[in-house]
Ligand binder design. Structure first.
Ligand code: CMP
Length: 142
């Protein structure tokens, strides 16, 4: 299995619940290493650019409003099969469908306030990582 990098975002709802440590612990205990991290609050415009792929979806406006409603924690995770492993640890987008023991099953309240975001492919991971971080911010743990 190839070593990959992926972007994780802890969303405003999970930040407000003070569960950053619990979420990062799950990554570390499952073989993912934190190689960059940044807390920030996006503007509505910045959230719109990050989620531009969803711009024609009915939920786009609410998504941008929610993602700019409070601080988020952007983290780059590195490890074997990191993209798929992170998504497995997150659970399904809709927490009602998320498997027991996943981050969203334990911390998400709704499909909008669903605790975490994770890149869905290696290609998108590279784009999403570059949105928040420059090369000098990435400290490989390999
Ligand atoms: P995320 O993984 O951050 O990617 C896009 C987000 O849009 C998603 O999590 C959800 O929080 C939000 N969203 C709201 N409604 C939907 C929907 N019907 N399908 C997919 N994503 C949705």
């Amino acid at each position: 299995m190839a070593v990959q990098r992926t972007l994780s975002i802890i969303k405003p709802d999970a930040i407000a619940k003070n569960v950053i440590g619990d979420i990062i612990r799950r990554f570390e205990e499952n073989g993912l290493a934190v190689i960059a991290t940044r807390m920030t609050q996006l503007s509505d415009e910045q959230a719109g650019r990050f989620y531009a792929v969803h711009r024609d979806r009915p939920f786009y406006k609410d998504l941008c409003a929610f993602m700019s409603s409070g601080p988020i924690l952007a983290t780059v995770l590195e490890g074997k099969n990191a993209v798929a492993l992170n998504r497995q640890l997150m659970g399904a987008t809709n927490p009602k469908e998320a498997e027991t023991g996943t981050i969203r099953a334990d911390h998400a309240d709704s499909i909008d306030a669903n605790a975490v975001h994770g890149s869905d492919s290696e290609e998108n991971a590279a784009i999403e990582i570059a949105f928040f971080f420059g090369d000098l911010d990435l400290n490989s743990r390999q």
